[in-house]
Design a protein around this ligand. Structure first.
Ligand code: AMP
Length: 115
């Protein structure tokens, strides 16, 4: 179970967010501190802490997050030039919000490897 986070508050509409997509299982909104011209977070409404907490029963949900991310990349017109999906996990992974999220980054060339 995840703790209460800023993302739980966004799901409950207790704090504002620029929401770009929602369905029964997921919510997507623009990152408040964008690292690229397009920077959107896709989160499950179910409060999973990180991908490391996912179990086999979450397989369809994780797949759905990827499908939604691709659809959003299409609607943001970054499919042709390309984009990156990032899932940070834990301290060394740079995860700062303990609620699983997929970053969609695009709109500029992205370097590799990440810092
Ligand atoms: P991570 O470092 O992978 O845990 O990513 C957390 C992301 O959440 C960061 O990119 C933050 O800028 C973003 N973030 C934190 N608070 C908010 C918020 N209230 N609305 C939108 N994005 C947020």
């Amino acid at each position: 179970m995840a703790h209460e986070t800023v993302f739980s508050k966004i799901i409950r509409r207790e704090i504002p967010a620029d929401i770009v997509y929602e369905d029964e299982q997921t919510l997507a909104f623009r990152d408040v501190s964008p690292q690229a011209p397009t920077h959107i977070l896709v989160i499950p409404k179910e409060p999973l802490v990180s991908v490391a907490d996912a179990e086999e029963k979450h397989a369809a949900l994780l797949g759905h997050l990827m499908i939604v991310a691709g659809q959003i990349a299409h609607s943001e017109a970054i499919l042709e030039d390309g984009f990156r999906l990032v899932v940070n996990a834990g301290r060394d992974g740079g995860q700062t919000v303990p609620h699983l999220h997929v970053h969609i980054l695009g709109g500029r060339p992205l370097s590799w490897p990440p810092g």
